[in-house]
Design a binder for this molecule. Structure first.
Ligand SMILES: Nc1nc2c(c(=O)[nH]1)N[C@H]1C(S)=C(S)[C@@H](COP(=O)(O)O)O[C@H]1N2
Ligand SMILES: [Mo]
Length: 258
C-alpha cells in the first residue's frame, strides 16, 4: 500500500510529494490550485458526470478543453483515465499544424510532421498505466515510434546525457536520462487504446514511458531536446522523483507496470 497520505483533491497532477501543505514553488500556477482546492475534485467530478458524458459523445476533447486540470475525474467513457492538464486550455493541433522538433546535442536536428512519424516503424505496447496519485488503468495499448529510433536518426552527440521534452501546452516539461530514453518501452505515441490519440490524452502525439509513473508521459509533445544533464520536469520541480519507476519511487510501492 501507499505509505504516504493521499494527495489532496485539489492537486491537478500527481499531488505533492511528501507534504500536502508544502507551498507551491515559484512559477507554479498558484491561483488555479487554490481555486481547485475550493471546488473539491471529487464532488465536482460526480455532480458533473452526466453533463460531461453528453459532452463526451460530442467529442472528448471539447469537454477536456473546458476542464483545467482533470476535474472531469473518472468519466464514464474514460475507461478509468483521468484527464490532466496543468494549464486551463490547450489549443488543438490538426495534423497539418503539428510538428515535433528534435534538437539540442544532435548531429541532425529535424522536425517531424505527423505523417512523417506515421511512416516510421510502429511499436505497440500493452501495459498497465499507473498515476502517482494512485489510480491505475489495466492493460492499455499505446502505439508509436520508439524514442530510440528518433534519437538514432538525429545522431546523438558525444557528451550528451539526457533528453528534455516540451509540450505545445506551453507549460509542461519532462526529462529522461539518455539510457532511459533508449529503452524499448519508451514511445513517441500516436495511438492509445487502438485509436488515434485524442486531444484530451495529449494528441496528436504524446510521450509514453511504460515503466514509470504516468506524469513522465508528457502530453501534447512538441519538442525533444538532447541535453548534457537531466533538467527536472514540471512536477519534478515540485518535488516528484525524476527517476519515476513505478513501485520504486515517490515513496510508493505499486506493482511495477513493466
Ligand atoms: N502536457 C502535459 N502532460 C501531462 C500532464 C499535464 O498536465 N500536461 N499530466 C501528467 C499526469 S500527472 C498524468 S497522470 C498523465 C495523465 O494523462 P491522461 O490525461 O491521458 O490521463 O499525463 C501526464 N502528462
Ligand atoms: Mo498523474
Amino acid at each position: 500500500m501507499n505509505s504516504r497520505p493521499p494527495s489532496p483533491a485539489s492537486e491537478p497532477g500527481p499531488g505533492p510529494a511528501g507534504s500536502g501543505t508544502a507551498p507551491p514553488e515559484p512559477g507554479a500556477p498558484v491561483g488555479r490550485r487554490l481555486v481547485l482546492a475550493m471546488l473539491g475534485l471529487g464532488a465536482v467530478g460526480v455532480a458533473a458526470a452526466p453533463v460531461l458524458q453528453k459532452g463526451l459523445e460530442n467529442g472528448l476533447g471539447a469537454v477536456a478543453d473546458k476542464d483545467p486540470t482533470g476535474l472531469t475525474g473518472l468519466l464514464p467513457n474514460g475507461g478509468g483515465f483521468r484527464y490532466y492538464s496543468v494549464v486551463s486550455s490547450v489549443a488543438r493541433k490538426s495534423p497539418a499544424d503539428y510538428g515535433l522538433k528534435v534538437d539540442g546535442l544532435v548531429e541532425r536536428p529535424a522536425t517531424y510532421t505527423l505523417d512523417a512519424l506515421k511512416a516510421l516503424p510502429q511499436t505497440r505496447i500493452v501495459r498497465d498505466v499507473q498515476c502517482v496519485t494512485g489510480w491505475r488503468v489495466p492493460e492499455t495499448p499505446f502505439e508509436g515510434v520508439r524514442l530510440s529510433a528518433l534519437l538514432d536518426a538525429a545522431g546523438v552527440s558525444p557528451g550528451a546525457k539526457a533528453v528534455r521534452f516540451t509540450c505545445f501546452d506551453g507549460a509542461y516539461s519532462e526529462s529522461l536520462t539518455l539510457e532511459q530514453a533508449r529503452r524499448d518501452d519508451v514511445l513517441v505515441a500516436l495511438r492509445m487504446r487502438d485509436e488515434p490519440l485524442a486531444h484530451a490524452h495529449g494528441g496528436p502525439v504524446r510521450l509514453y514511458v511504460a515503466p514509470m509513473y504516468f506524469y513522465k508521459s508528457a502530453k501534447w509533445l512538441s519538442g525533444i531536446t538532447v541535453t548534457d544533464s537531466v533538467r527536472p520536469g514540471y512536477w519534478e520541480e515540485l518535488g516528484y522523483d525524476v527517476d519515476a519507476w513505478v513501485g520504486r519511487s515517490n515513496g510508493r510501492d505499486d506493482a511495477p507496470t513493466v
